[in-house]
Ligand binder design. Structure first.
Ligand code: GLV
Length: 339
């Protein structure tokens, strides 16, 4: 159950704008804010000082009321209806780098700032991406299952043969912070890098030898295709049956970005037919539900959205979300507003 904040309910944003800086020792005023209950133990007392926090569990609906700020998990959908129920809201400080759970246009229309947590999870997410690339290329899930089943009968020269990565091509759909970090890790593995991005990345190219290409060539040329772009409307299900059919037989697909980028049924079918060599997926279109065909597909390494899941990274994400929240309530520019 939600505890109601004890502060006076604000009915519009005017008085809240004039409120003192949260945490100010002189103001004596605390501001009612909603923060995802699941990040509570990741925060320090300083992160929340001066704030009157209502801890909002992911299982609870978004309440209506006088809260001036909200720091939600990526699983909380915030559209016009939810925003209308929070008339004093000034900021949605998403505790995630992705913010497709927030209707940014609706927030802007209500004068609500939206922020995310870029930068602090880049390396952890790139590491997890590589865990999936390696798991797929070297058939780790099948090997681990074989050992656990008790069915391993000993070394065999043709057992669970995988793919050498050296000399192969890594295709990056998206070359922002995370895509580039994944690309940098490919260099010591001896991989060529091709990438698709709205803008050229000359420093990334100079550091890694990466070459910018177009979508058709990316799909056709990649031995490993890794997705690192937000699920913008024009990229919904960009990995569909038609594009999968253009990929190299036996290629590997990895997705640590957003599930909406992939037609899960088409990926399952491509795994069943052997067209795709393997798929390493950390994200799904309707989390936590996973397409039954995908669950049944061979050579699918399926993780439960672990991209940024290290303790230090999750602490940094929570702290950055609260820094954004505090900045906006103090009338300052937030460190990481969404574009
Ligand atoms: C995780 O998926 C994030 O967007 O931070």
């Amino acid at each position: 159950m939600l505890a109601e904040p004890t502060a006076e309910a604000g009915t519009h944003k005017g008085p809240v704008l004039a409120a003192p800086v949260p945490g100010s020792q002189t103001s004596g005023v605390s501001l009612p804010v909603l923060v995802a209950a699941e990040v509570r133990s990741l925060l320090t007392p300083a992160d929340v000082s001066g704030l009157e926090v209502t801890w909002l569990a992911a299982s609870e609906a978004t309440p209506r009321g006088p809260w001036v700020a909200l720091a939600p998990l990526l699983t909380r959908r915030l559209g016009a209806a939810e925003l209308a129920g929070l008339p004093a809201l000034r900021i949605v400080a998403n505790v995630a780098v992705g913010y497709d759970n927030v209707d940014v246009a609706a927030a802007r229309a209500c004068g609500v700032v939206v922020t995310n947590t870029p930068g602090v999870l880049t390396e952890a997410t790139a590491d997890l991406t590589w865990a999936l690339i390696l798991a797929c290329a070297r058939r780790l899930a099948e090997g681990a299952a074989l050992v656990r089943s008790g069915g391993w009968t000993g070394w065999h020269p043709e057992q669970l043969l995988g793919l050498d990565l050296a000399g192969r091509t890594l295709g990056l759909l998206g070359a922002g912070r995370i895509g580039q970090a994944v690309g940098r890790r490919a260099v010591p593995f001896g991989m060529r890098i091709r990438y698709v991005s709205r803008t050229a990345k000359p420093e990334f190219e100079a550091a890694t030898g990466a070459v910018r290409t177009d979508l058709a060539q990316l799909f056709a040329g990649a031995d490993v295709l890794s997705l690192h772009t937000p699920a913008a409307p024009e990229l919904q299900r960009v990995v569909d049956a038609a594009r999968l059919a253009t990929m190299r037989p036996g290629a590997i697909l990895v997705n640590t970005a957003r599930g909406d980028l992939v037609d899960e049924g088409a990926v399952a079918a491509a795994l069943q037919s052997g067209r795709l060599g393997a798929a390493g997926l950390d994200v799904y279109a309707a989390e936590p539900r996973i397409d039954a065909a995908l669950l049944a597909a061979p050579r699918a390494v399926l993780l439960p959205h672990l991209g940024s899941a290290t303790e230090a990274t999750r602490r940094r994400m929570a702290a950055l979300a609260l820094a954004n929240l505090r900045a906006v309530l103090a009338g300052e520019p937030p460190p990481t507003p969404v574009a």
